[in-house]
Design a protein around this ligand. Structure first.
Ligand SMILES: Nc1ncnc2c1ncn2[C@@H]1O[C@H](COP(=O)(O)OP(=O)(O)OP(=O)(O)O)[C@@H](O)[C@H]1O
Length: 243
């Protein structure tokens, strides 16, 4: 459904992503792991169209997405959530999601309201729809971020560290929510440092280090692999057999 073909991003002399290739099947959930600064967010931005690659391509259902902006890709079903939720703080939860249904989902009038209502119901925010977005807790903001994404009616949902900063209970609720989204047929690529949340949802993992794809496979295959352990825990940990 979505293919990264030798995606490369350079900022001057710094190569942030170096010819990263992988694919996502329809209905699949793929996790992305990697130490801080490995290039995960940049990779997601290239998939979403908010950053142009220096080289390489993004293919969606076999079509080259080069030159398509983030809003244009969103209209086609590729929707990204932000690492730091950035709702319109001064308007209500409802208005935030309705705005997404209009501008991301391309709906108008009653149809937009229906889409916004459904999104809020799914994320558990419906009863708080009149509150100002700026008054929400962190978990509320994460739910709103997901609601706005759902109001764009994604076929591929790109999640950037959405579990960061939450309590264990909140992470559990979030996992249930993302599993539900996935079960409804949405394909998912999820960058996450909260590994237990990630592996509760994804079928497959890729791991990045210094912009390079260093491992790919089932969660067990990737996390038991030497390249992954070296990237996360260092050479000494490998020598000592410490995970
Ligand atoms: N616009 C930019 N200009 C220059 N360097 C950038 C830019 N965006 C990102 N970088 C650099 O690219 C590298 C990778 O950043 P990126 O945010 O993709 O990493 P990440 O794996 O998502 O990290 P984290 O887990 O900490 O969020 C970092 O060294 C970062 O400083």
């Amino acid at each position: 459904m979505l293919e990264a073909r030798a995606l490369t991003k350079r900022y001057g002399a710094l190569t942030v992503n170096d010819a990263v290739s992988f694919s996502l099947a329809a209905g699949e959930a793929l996790g992305v792991l990697g130490p801080n600064g490995a290039g995960k967010t940049t990779l997601l931005k290239m998939l979403a169209g908010s950053t142009a690659p220096s080289a390489g391509q993004v293919l969606y259902d076999g079509r080259d997405m080069s030159g398509l902006t983030e809003p244009a890709r969103c209209r086609q079903g590729i929707v990204r959530t932000s690492q730091v939720p950035q709702p319109f703080e001064q308007i209500s939860v409802w208005e935030n999601v309705l705005t997404a249904a209009y501008h991301g989902g391309g709906h108008h009038g009653d149809a937009a309201e229906e889409v916004a209502y459904t999104a809020l119901k799914r994320t558990g925010l419906l009863e708080r729809h009149e509150e100002m977005a700026g008054a929400l807790s962190l978990m509320g903001r994460k739910r709103l971020e997901l609601s706005r994404a759902l109001a764009c009616e994604p076929k591929v949902l790109l999640l950037d560290e959405i579990a960061g900063g939450l309590t264990d209970f909140e992470v559990h609720d979030l996992v249930v929510l993302i599993q539900d989204i996935r079960t409804s047929g949405v394909s998912i690529i999820w960058i996450e440092h909260v590994v237990h949340a990630l592996v509760a949802v994804v079928d497959r993992l890729i791991a990045l280090d210094f912009g390079q794809l260093i491992a790919e496979g089932t969660p067990d295959e990737v996390m038991e692999g030497e390249a992954f352990k070296r990237a996360y825990f260092g050479e000494d940990a490998i020598l000592e057999g410490v995970r």
